[in-house]
Design a protein around this ligand. Structure first.
Ligand SMILES: C[S@@+](CC[C@H](N)C(=O)[O-])C[C@H]1O[C@@H](n2cnc3c(N)ncnc32)[C@H](O)[C@@H]1O
Length: 214
């Protein structure tokens, strides 16, 4: 399996307009409203440059929350350090989490699950470091449901490559259930016509991870 080298794209990463469409995480809001205990510990697993926490932290500024971020790429973490304050950051891999057991209340991982080389191990590690009743949220695109995505139309071999690294949603569901998670699968579907000229920005920028592999 080819790998995306985030050292090469860390500087351009935040310019991708797709990545800047983050808003308040309603699952996180619901969770914070539903638990009494404080403080709560929240981990952004494979946090990248901090786009997600940068948006969430201000929404919860009146709550007693300890924010954590972990990512394998020193360059991405370095960018995050400059972008977001108030987060305990670590460089490390999701397959081997340097946190004690039963520590986190909520773990999210955005657009990263396909990058994990040993996904089964990541699920086990997430289960270990989560407190009972905690939430592990995996948020990602579902490539098997978007075979006519413009990336795959223009770069067909990107689809072959993605099929090697993305698990089908059924597989993710099954592996989580086997690791004793109560699993809920939610999907949003959007289809739109986009003019080719509008896509050129993304292509020139080459910060969509599958494009950076080539
Ligand atoms: C597409 S980026 C997503 C970053 C961020 N979550 C976001 O939404 O912008 C994927 C991230 O996963 C990180 N990554 C890849 N493999 C990893 C691993 N095994 N453990 C931790 N982070 C990893 C990369 O360094 C990169 O920052």
């Amino acid at each position: 399996m080819n790998k995306t080298n985030y050292a090469n794209i860390a500087d351009r990463y935040d310019k991708n307009k797709y990545r800047n469409q983050i808003s308040l995480d309603m699952d996180l809001l619901e969770f914070i409203n539903s638990v009494q205990r404080r403080p709560v510990n929240i981990l952004d697993l494979a946090c990248g440059t901090g786009l997600y926490l940068n948006i969430q932290i201000p929404y919860f500024k009146n709550e007693a929350i300890n924010w954590y971020g972990l990512d394998a790429s020193p360059e991405m973490v370095d960018k995050m350090r400059r972008n977001v304050s108030g987060v305990d950051l670590k460089i490390g891999v999701a397959e081997d989490l340097a946190y004690e057991s039963d520590f986190f209340d909520f773990i999210c991982t955005n657009y990263a699950f396909h990058h994990f080389e040993d996904k089964g191990k990541v699920i086990k590690e997430a289960h270990r470091v989560l407190k009972p009743g905690g939430i592990f949220k995996i948020y990602n695109i579902s490539i098997y449901d978007m075979q006519d995505w413009w990336i795959y139309q223009i770069f067909p071999t990107a689809n072959d490559e993605d099929r090697k690294r993305f698990w089908k949603k059924e597989m993710i569901f099954q592996e989580l259930a086997q690791s004793r998670f109560d699993v809920v699968l939610k999907m949003n579907y959007k289809r739109e016509v986009v003019k080719l000229a509008k896509l050129m920005d993304y292509v020139y920028n080459r910060d969509i991870s599958i494009l950076t592999i080539y």
